[in-house]
Write a protein of this length. Structure first.
Length: 137
């Protein structure tokens, strides 16, 4: 990483993070609670394809002991959190909401936690996987 990028990256990210706070507040007060949109199906299908690709990249990089495992696992974990959030907050009451909450609690959030654990400590992940497979070497 160049010294210029190293010097300015953190302050830029911090500035954008702080700037997003009033923006998010404004959005929460200005946007309507209900909005119909075209291509809702394409948006969700596209997101799920992106999630599938990210999970496939995580699996492939884990199998190959690739140095991109941490990035792929982090991206997958983040996408799973986003998927859980939007599934829950865009669900209708009743069965649809119960299904979204159930999927979040029992599928998306645990898988996201696994992704973040793998990203945080990939060497321990590889060691544990070898031990579980019985191929300790």
């Amino acid at each position: 990483m160049s010294p210029v990028v190293r010097k300015w990256a953190a302050p830029i990210f911090a500035l954008v993070a702080v700037a997003l706070l009033p923006w998010a507040f404004w959005l929460s007060t200005a946007l309507p609670s209900r909005h119909l949109s075209e291509h809702w199906d394409v948006a969700w299908a596209g997101f799920d394809l992106l999630l599938a690709g990210s999970l496939a990249a995580t699996a492939l990089s884990a199998m190959r002991r690739s140095p991109v495992l941490q990035g792929a696992a982090t991206a997958s974990g983040a996408l799973l959190l986003v998927d859980a959030w939007f599934d829950v907050v865009t669900s209708d009451r009743g069965h649809e909401l119960a299904m979204a909450v159930g999927l979040a609690i029992f599928c998306e959030l645990p898988l996201a936690a696994l992704c973040f654990w793998v990203a945080l400590d990939s060497e321990r992940f590889y060691s544990t996987a070898r031990r579980l497979r019985g191929t300790e070497s």
